[in-house]
Write a protein that binds this ligand. Structure first.
Ligand SMILES: C[S@@+](CC[C@H](N)C(=O)[O-])C[C@H]1O[C@@H](n2cnc3c(N)ncnc32)[C@H](O)[C@@H]1O
Length: 350
């Protein structure tokens, strides 16, 4: 268990005895001692492994998709923006694949949006010199450029804090977090919802028992959609999530590849939730963007050629390497692994 001093260091208490769940998550992930500001989380040795870290083929397929759409629909100067590049592996694979179309990077203003300083340093080490001179790093998206944009991300939108509501006989309650000084630990409590604005929002969900929402995620995506609407472009995002009513809350904590409670290892473990894609699709439509794709990761990768790419790699490699390549592709597209839970949403006005 964390010492009281350490917990205070996370500045979570803020002299309040009770606070909203999303505030707790925000502090646990993004305060100065929070998980995303002080920890190197991604990779086989760390807390979790993401698709680009599993196989180079993931980034190659995304790259070909971006190259094709840029050439076909933009073919001039543009912003290439990655949200939350982690170790920079996806960018590296896109960059390598883009050598087949040198005009792509020749026309790109590259922006990497990364909140974690340690990861930013890792990205600088991992990325190649040519593009590095063209890369701008920032913590937040800057919406000033008037150029068209291609914005993409993998496992970025799952990081946003959520609020959780449940409906008991037509009365809505919200999950809050409380600190027990004696036991030096956090636990959750339920509070009746009294805000008129929230109650109006919740009317839409009156047939549901539970509702989990990330207002900050929706707002971030809305800003992207408004920006694309004004300056043209596309946004491709891959994340785990759902587009049906959920029966259980999806908030989870992962520590060393294992699921834990969100109240353990505070500041040391990842907390994430599944993305509600219906809400993002609704926001895109409200901003007059087309839904170019909304399919599972399996369908996206197969549609854009991962099996052909695998065949090519298999023909060039030893038996040992062949097993590894087969295993990597299986992990990405098998519906019992990452194939179904992960979804790919592409919105655009190109
Ligand atoms: C789950 S990791 C995924 C990393 C990478 N995209 C991959 O697939 O390996 C989330 C990434 O987003 C960054 N991140 C999370 N929230 C952020 C925010 N609000 N602004 C900028 N970066 C953020 C994290 O530091 C990390 O690089």
């Amino acid at each position: 268990m964390l010492s009281k001093r350490k917990i205070n260091k996370i500045k979570i208490l803020n002299n309040k005895k009770k606070f909203r769940l999303d505030k707790f998550i925000e502090l646990a992930l993004f305060s100065s001692n929070g998980y995303y500001l002080r920890k190197k989380p991604i990779g086989k040795k760390y807390d979790f492994v993401t698709s680009p870290e599993i196989s180079q083929m993931f980034g190659e397929i995304i790259s070909v998709y971006l190259l094709y759409h840029w050439k076909d629909k933009i073919n001039s100067k543009f912003n290439l923006i990655e949200l939350g590049p982690g170790n920079g592996t996806l960018f590296k694979d896109i960059e390598r694949t883009a050598q087949i179309l040198p005009d792509f990077f020749a026309n790109a203003d590259v922006n990497l949006i990364e909140i974690n300083e340690e990861l930013r340093e890792i990205q600088k080490k991992n990325l190649n010199y040519f593009t590095q001179s063209k890369i701008r790093w920032s913590k937040v998206l800057n919406f000033k450029s008037k150029l068209p944009s291609i914005i993409y991300s993998n496992e970025f939108f799952d990081c946003f804090p959520v609020r959780q509501f449940f409906n008991d006989n037509s009365h809505w309650f919200e999950r809050y977090v409380k600190f027990n000084e004696k036991e030096n630990k956090y636990y959750s409590i339920n509070k009746p919802v009294i805000s008129k604005k929230v109650l109006v929002d919740l009317r839409k969900y009156k047939k549901q028992k539970i509702y989990e929402v990330s207002y900050s995620r929706n707002k971030y995506f809305e800003q992207i959609c408004k920006y694309l609407r004004k300056n043209r472009g596309m946004c491709i995002l891959i994340d785990y999530g759902y587009n049906v009513k959920i029966k259980n809350f999806t908030l989870q904590a992962i520590y060393n590849h294992k699921k834990t409670s969100i109240f353990e290892n505070i500041g040391q473990q990842d907390i994430s939730s599944h993305v509600n894609f219906n809400e993002l699709i609704e926001i895109a439509k409200q901003n007059k963007l087309k839904i170019d794709e909304f399919i599972s990761q399996r369908e996206f990768l197969i549609k854009y050629g991962i099996l052909e790419r695998k065949k090519k790699l298999l023909s060039k490699n030893s038996n040992l390497k062949k097993n590894l390549i087969n295993e990597e592709v299986d992990r990405l597209i098998n519906i019992d692994r990452m194939g179904k839970l992960f979804k790919c949403l592409v919105v655009s006005n190109l």
